[in-house]
Design a protein around this ligand. Structure first.
Ligand SMILES: [Zn+2]
Ligand SMILES: [Zn+2]
Length: 259
């Protein structure tokens, strides 16, 4: 392993992968090779390049870059035999019916699909724009009754996305949008989708991880690196998982995880 944390907590994880790293193909600062080199330096055995989905304003990955990225990854796989490099994407939730911003014909282009909610994204329709983006932007000032309804709609949109697409991980659940963690976790467990403990945003929180654990969910601890030097920086996520008491067998990038 690589990232080993010992200390005041009972759990000691050996994490050998980082499934969420960005490059210049969206708004990361480094190249794919720089991320790979950083991961190798930290002793990781697996890395996913997961740039932002196509509908992100300004810096989403471009569809025409898919084959460049694939070729670059194939070349790096030839060059570095001690690390497994996955072509991923951090897709955006764009519709209440669980639509994500990967056209059907490109789903197979990726080795791993992560999905999360982000602002500044082109919605699936005008109605989705209103219900998913505008309402959430004003969430904190709305009456309790409206917030309950929005929270429910947010949660069901995530659940439908898990039902419709081969999603590996929900990124930073609870960040940027309010979600019912219990319902999300129950459905993630049912569809074998991992909930991310994100070292960059600090979500899931300890409290949410405990709830999700209780519902049978499994997790993945990722860096969400936007610079090569942040790749494999998992200590904040590890601390959250340790405080919540997550066993390493429930963490997708731990050595012990078998599925
Ligand atoms: Zn994100
Ligand atoms: Zn990200």
């Amino acid at each position: 392993m690589l990232v080993k944390n010992e200390g005041a907590y009972a759990m000691d994880y050996c994490l050998t992968a980082d499934f969420h790293t960005h490059t210049r193909y969206s708004h990361g600062k480094g190249t794919i090779e720089q991320n790979v080199l950083a991961a190798r330096r930290k002793g990781l055995k697996k890395i996913a390049i997961a740039d932002h989905g196509f509908n992100h304003f300004g810096f989403g990955m471009r569809i025409r870059d898919i084959h460049h990225i694939r070729r670059e990854i194939n070349d790096l796989r030839e060059k570095y035999h001690d690390i497994d490099i996955l072509f991923g994407i951090e897709a955006n939730l764009i519709g209440l019916d669980g639509e994500i911003d990967i056209p059907e014909e490109y789903i197979e282009a990726f080795d791993i699909i992560l999905m999360g909610f982000h602002k500044a994204v082109i919605p699936h329709s005008a109605k989705d724009g209103w219900k998913l983006f505008v309402r959430n932007a004003f969430y904190s000032v709305l009456p309790h009754k409206d917030r309950e309804k929005i929270r429910h709609d947010n949660t069901m949109a995530m659940v439908r996305a898990m039902e419709r697409y081969p999603i590996h991980t929900i990124t930073h659940p609870g960040a940027k949008i309010d979600i019912d963690t219990r319902i999300l976790a129950r459905n993630a467990a049912k569809h074998n989708v991992f909930l991310e403990i994100n070292g960059y945003h600090g979500f899931l929180t300890v409290e949410y991880v405990k709830i999700a654990l209780d519902e049978g969910a499994c997790f993945v601890i990722n860096s969400d690196a936007h610079r090569p030097e942040e790749v494999g920086e998992l200590s904040r996520g590890i601390m959250i998982a340790q405080k919540a008491g997550v066993p390493s067998g429930r963490i997708a990038n731990s050595r012990e995880f078998v599925r």
